[in-house]
Design a protein around this ligand. Sequence first.
Ligand code: KIV
Length: 263
Amino acid sequence: MHKKLTISSIKNSKGVKPLVMITAYDALFASLLEESADMILVGDSLNMSFAGKSDTISATLEQMIYHTNAVCRGAKNSFVICDMPFGTYTNAKSALSNAIKVFQQTPADCVKIEGGKDKAQVVKHLTDNGVAVCGHIGLLPQSVRSEGGYKVKGKTEEEKIQLLKDAKAIEKAGAFCIVIEGVKAEVAKEVAESVGVPVIGIGAGVDVDGQVLVFSDMLGLFEAFTPKFVKKYMDGASLVREAVGNYANEVLNKEFPKEEHTY
Ligand code: KIV
């Protein structure tokens, strides 16, 4: 069993060892993932892969609190990040009152919020009041409707400059680590080199301080769509279908239960 990471050990890992982050939404998967993950993210992506919605926008704080508690029960030895859902951090005051709910109602170690320079004041207000914050810059899934889709960032000089400003602003505001999503690899590298806190990539190339993937993507369980950056480490969907198909056949043929499964 590995030692649970702290904010300082996460910060100190920069330049020493890449950080492994993975999402989880329930106690069962959290308990399976915790051995290999440094940090578990209860992402609002659960609204898609767990709740079957088409984007993350309708995830609620209550949902995030419910799933964060489940994950913390399953992975007692892990550093757990609770994603703040859309609309819960539009200004510093509402962000703090919602983050306090997360901290008082779950054992989460920090919250994650999407946004760069525009959210620096919110990050500062949270960190000034004892709420640790993981930032999230680049492609922001909560902006999917306003941006008209999921758009890779860092393709132009202006976007690169903006990303560098975003990372610096939220680091200055107190974020202890930053997720960078859907960004050209060479730009993500520059961003990671420009700040003193770990930058964790998803669809941002290898030259950052760690990686995060959505567990249902990397286990091949989520089939609705597969972004280019996802590597499927197993074909979970086929394995599940095959197992359930075998069970169904055995039930139909009266081959299950056998003697050893019977009282
Ligand atoms: O919600 C989520 O799972 C995330 C990751 C994509 C980083 O924010």
